[in-house]
Design a protein around this ligand. Structure first.
Ligand code: SF4
Length: 165
């Protein structure tokens, strides 16, 4: 099919083994059904920002309205590193003629909304970035929302959250 719609998508949803444990979250509805009409531009914040596979998991910590990105076990903060990468990557994505994004839900790096935020004692509390919240400032979804202000946000298809025109 010619002139497929170009969409940015979390790389693990395409079946690429980029997750922290070396696995993926292949969504066959995306690749097999929507793939007939969509041209996917993969983006994995954690791998593209230079973290290895496999790697320690990340979590959001602190103020649910402005959480930090921290490794779950060693408690090393990478908020600024991810923000720097996201700003740079969005500038590249602006040249990709994209019509929207599909982000993996629940991920501290890729999730658009309703991602768990942990308090300093390690307890999961409020889910910052809920529908009523802005996405986390450092994250690719937040930077994409800023760069593509005409995109709306909606949850669809279980584990994915889309931003689409
Ligand atoms: S959820 Fe995002 S950061 Fe995690 S593996 Fe998938 S694309 Fe990469």
């Amino acid at each position: 099919m010619e002139d497929k719609i170009r969409i940015g998508v979390s790389t693990c949803l395409l079946g690429q083994q980029v997750r922290f444990d070396g696995g993926h979250k292949h969504d066959r509805y995306l690749t097999n059904t929507l793939g007939e009409y969509l041209d996917f531009v993969p983006v994995c914040p954690e791998v593209e920002a230079g973290f290895p596979v496999p790697r320690e998991t990340f979590r959001l910590v602190g103020d649910p309205e402005n959480p930090r990105l921290v490794t779950s076990r060693s408690h090393i903060e990478h908020t600024d590193r991810m923000l720097g990468w996201a700003k740079k990557r969005v500038r590249e994505l602006e040249k990709e003629n994209l019509c929207g994004f599909i982000f993996k839900s629940d991920s501290p790096s890729s999730g658009l909304m309703r991602v768990k935020v942990y308090n300093p004692k390690g307890m999961a509390g409020d889910t910052g970035s809920g529908p009523e919240h802005e996405p986390r400032r450092f994250s690719l979804p937040a930077q994409a929302a800023h760069a593509f202000p005409w995109l709306g946000q909606r949850r669809s298809h279980g584990q994915t959250i889309s931003m689409c025109a």
